[in-house]
Design a protein around this ligand. Sequence first.
Ligand SMILES: CC(C)(COP(=O)(O)OP(=O)(O)OC[C@H]1O[C@@H](n2cnc3c(N)ncnc32)[C@H](O)[C@@H]1OP(=O)(O)O)[C@@H](O)C(=O)NCCC(=O)NCCS
Length: 222
Amino acid sequence: MTILQRGLRRLARWILAEPEVRRSIRGRGNLFQAEGTTLTNVELDIIGNDNRIILGQGGVFHNVCFRLRGDGHYIEFGPNCRITRGAILWFEDDHCTLQVGQGTSMVEVHIAVTEPGSKVLIGEDCMFANDIDIRSGDSHSIVDAVSGERLNFAEDVVIGNHVWIAPHVVVLKGVQIGDHSVVATGSIITKSCPPNSLIAGNPARVVRTGISWKRERFYHYA
Ligand SMILES: CC(C)(COP(=O)(O)OP(=O)(O)OC[C@H]1O[C@@H](n2cnc3c(N)ncnc32)[C@H](O)[C@@H]1OP(=O)(O)O)[C@@H](O)C(=O)NCCC(=O)NCCS
């Protein structure tokens, strides 16, 4: 494709302007509340009833797909949250919850909340990088070979306030990450960690304690 063709395509996209919110909703009683937010290319893909999505004032949501299957799911982002590159927020079964505290920013995330009543709770002022995968369940069953009993039920994920998650991280079911912690790039977190921890590796371990972090960079010579 020539530069001219690329330019014309970009211009056409701009003139035709993608709709802010595309809705494919089957069911009744579904609520989407997003006054005072900036939405671009947001998709509501919902099959189910009485689901609620509430996005707080001042938020920015770019390339976000809310994919809900089932009834009574609850999604709430507090004020001034940002998703800048994209997200797939995936809900299955019924009455699952995703709550995100105010001022939390995410570059690119996939969050799956599955199995009845399960929750992913994320605190205020967190900073998530790109390619972050958070899930409250495993989506499929591991069973005892003899009894057939399931061994891997969903468990809530709780990420505290002011937690920095670097790129390419997976947070698995049942994990709690304490306030002010940092998760190193590429980590797979299977166990909880206390506040002010630096966690790293696969499986992730606490590699340093008594730390915190700031969004700003400080320089040696400052
Ligand atoms: C989390 C991070 C910032 C920590 O940096 P740091 O405080 O300088 O940590 P160190 O390099 O001293 O590492 C501390 C220990 O953790 C280990 N470690 C650090 N990062 C690790 C990783 N990603 N996986 C496994 N182990 C890791 C180190 O080997 C070291 O272990 P040791 O004490 O046995 O020697 C850094 O690891 C990281 O992930 N950087 C990427 C940040 C990034 O991508 N930013 C851009 C987007 S947000």
